[in-house]
Ligand binder design. Structure first.
Ligand code: NAD
Length: 371
């Protein structure tokens, strides 16, 4: 695999997934779970969200070793009634317990028209839009509000100290005869993975993404990780600064609500104050069957007309049409299906190092190499 002058290699998605699955199988996952984890990570890359893609492999393996993440888990049902359920992911892989929880919510909403499902103690749930897409495949509208227990990365509006995590929110809404709307973003100015990607030679951070303890704004990943050295794993506890919340006081308020719903209401634990708890995602999801709200045809007609109306907005810049949430991910998927997933040499090196450390042989046909 030859690296370009920009330090990027393009890896075909199937080849990448097979390498990542082999790494997790060697690290102790069942073949089925290893495949699911690899599929989730590579899918994030395919949608353009490299921050939630294979760059996470070394960290997931570290969490397996430390016991923070437990392979082979299934969700435990804490509460279940016709309106809602509380599920415990028992620190299993998000790719596994997340899928089980979303399936639970889908089945419930199909039966009762609507369902609220809280998932606590899930391993990293990755790109949250994937769960909205799973609900969309079942024809459902959904909303997902997520927090990260004991992960302090983001300063609340007006502050310089970390109090929140990057707390994502996602919505999925089906559009008849067209691609669905999938809105999925972190409530921080940037997802932490984007700081990690920037620290490994990837896309630089937008202005004002980070804040230093003296209140100065910064784009230097060292603000979050401390001094950056080679491919060594990034540890956000080593930096003294913080990521800023998106949208000033509004994003900061949304992040607070993610903590209250995902952390307090779901019972997963909030970002702070500091206490001894493993990393996990908490997620409160609402699933809605459009048919329970009115005639499918009327909802479909109104949706179609409105989506077209928005798309027809005169663009601010000639030749750059207004996009809907979900469009950039579809465009990225087309590009990456055709040309492969771009990965920095540094990220690839860290993944190969991890694969070797868990026992994947250099002679294994699934091993990747840097030419
Ligand atoms: P982002 O800033 O790239 O925003 C993505 C959203 O904005 C998508 O819905 C996209 O379709 C939409 N969008 C982008 N450009 C657009 C345009 N020009 N017009 C209209 N819509 C547009 O996303 P982010 O905040 O960097 O988050 C990245 C990923 O990180 C998400 O998938 C999120 O779920 C994930 N995340 C996960 C966790 C976790 O703990 N599991 C934590 C934080 C973030």
């Amino acid at each position: 695999m030859a690296a370009s002058a920009t330090g990027l290699v393009r890896v075909e998605a199937g080849r990448l997934q097979s390498f990542v699955a082999a790494t997790f199988a060697a690290a102790g996952c069942s073949a089925e779970e290893a495949e699911a984890v690899a599929a989730g990570l590579v899918d994030a890359n395919m949608t353009g969200h490299d921050s939630h893609g294979v760059v996470r492999v070394p960290r997931y393996v570290d969490w397996m070793r430390s016991g923070d993440l437990e392979p082979g888990q299934t969700i435990a049902v804490v509460t279940d009634n016709p309106a809602m359920a509380v599920l415990d992911g028992r620190y299993g892989f998000g790719a596994t317990v997340g899928r089980q929880a979303v399936r639970f919510g889908i089945d419930k909403a199909r039966q009762f028209g609507v369902a609220v499902v809280a998932l606590r103690h899930a391993g990293h749930l990755g790109r949250i839009g994937q769960w909205a897409e799973m609900a969309l495949e079942a024809g459902l509208v959904s909303l997902h509000v997520v927090n990260v227990a004991q992960s302090r990365l983001v300063a609340p509006f007006g502050g310089v100290e970390r109090r929140f995590s990057t707390n994502p929110i996602a919505f999925g809404f089906p559009v008849p005869d067209g691609p669905p709307v999938v809105l999925d973003f972190a409530t921080s100015a940037v997802a932490e993975g984007k700081v990690m990607v920037a620290s490994q030679g990837g896309k630089p951070l937008p202005e004002g993404s980070l804040i230093r303890p003296d209140g100065q704004l910064s784009t230097d990943p060292a603000t979050l990780y401390g001094p950056i050295e080679g491919t060594s794993h990034r540890d956000h506890r080593l930096g003294t600064g913080a990521i800023r919340a998106m949208g000033e006081h509004k994003g900061s308020g949304l992040s607070l609500m993610c903590e209250l719903l995902g952390g307090a209401l779901a019972g997963s634990g909030t970002a702070g104050p500091p206490r001894d708890q493993r990393f996990c995602n908490g997620m409160v999801s609402i699933y809605m069957s459009p048919g329970a709200f009115g005639a499918d045809s009327a909802i479909a007609a109104e949706t179609r007309a409105f989506v077209d109306y928005v798309r027809e907005t005169v663009p601010a810049e000639a030749g750059s049409p207004v996009l809907l949430p979900g469009d950039p991910e579809r465009l990225a998927r087309q590009d990456r299906t055709a040309h492969g997933v771009p990965i920095t040499v540094e990220t690839l090196g860290a993944m190969i190092e991890t694969a070797r450390a868990v026992g994947l042989s250099d002679n294994d046909p699934r091993m990747l190499r840097i030419a």
